[in-house]
Design a protein around this ligand. Structure first.
Ligand code: SAM
Length: 231
């Protein structure tokens, strides 16, 4: 896994076209996956939610839309160009005026112990240079009984596996290269996704990090998974 500054630099390079590439390469399914995440968070009625590795802010916007004005939603990321994209989008969304976006590293969160009711992280955990440390930080800042939601690429099974592998390894870097001019970033995406733990293995990592009631659901033929856990 590359170190944090290398990851931040890579996302700086694709920030201007990150959203477009996301929507095109997922055939628009990323909207539904973020919505599923927002629905799962809403079921917990959390007053304070922080979206980690928020990037261009789409999860924070989906959360705000779902949870409404009374809920405090913030987004943290360590890539300033991605945060700038989030701020520009926020300026055009009246309902998002009270979302705060700020610089923050998931491996050293700028948040007090036991201060957050729900944490979300979408397509961020796979990019952490030190996942156990990231989970330890998440657990530190969650209040007892608070919830962690992890939306991430996963391992499809059965007939979907070779199909998704071909798509990720062959087609996607080519198409993403055309869309963003940065095919290497999407080769990294393919490599980091194929080496990422499957649903059970990620659940085991979360349990090992001290989370309880860890559960998950497969989305998009198992190419994506939503894990939920409690402190
Ligand atoms: C694939 S993007 C996901 C963005 C967003 N969550 C979404 O749903 O589109 C991954 C993001 O994770 C951020 N990231 C990776 N490692 C991080 C870390 N240690 N701390 C904070 N942000 C991190 C990157 O800067 C990037 O914006």
């Amino acid at each position: 896994m590359p170190e944090g500054p290398v990851i931040a630099e890579m996302f700086s390079g694709i920030a201007p076209r990150y959203d477009l590439a996301n929507h095109v390469l997922s055939f628009g399914m990323d909207f539904g996956w973020r919505q599923r995440l927002a629905d799962a968070v809403a079921a917990k009625n959390p007053p304070v939610v922080v979206d980690l590795a928020t990037g261009s802010g789409d999860v924070a916007f989906a959360l705000k839309k779902k949870l409404g004005a009374g809920v405090k939603v913030s987004g943290l990321d360590f890539c300033r160009p991605m945060l700038e994209v989030a701020e520009r989008k926020k300026a055009k969304l009246p309902s998002a005026w009270d979302i705060s976006f700020a610089f923050g590293d998931c491996l050293n969160l700028p948040l007090a112990d036991n201060s957050v009711d729900a944490l979300t992280i979408a397509w961020g955990v796979r990019n952490l240079a030190d996942r156990p440390r990231g989970f330890a930080e998440m657990r530190r800042v969650l209040r007892p009984g608070g919830s962690l939601f992890v939306l991430e690429n996963s391992q499809p099974e059965g007939w979907a596996r070779p199909l998704c592998r071909f798509y990720m390894n062959a087609f996607m870097p080519f198409a993403a290269g055309l869309l963003t001019g940065k095919p290497d970033a999407y080769r990294y995406l393919a490599v980091s996704s194929s080496g990422f733990p499957g649903r059970e293995a990620l659940a085991a990592e979360m349990t090992a990090a001290g989370f309880t009631r860890v559960r998950y659901e497969a989305l998009g033929l198992g190419a994506v998974a939503l894990h939920e856990a409690e402190k």
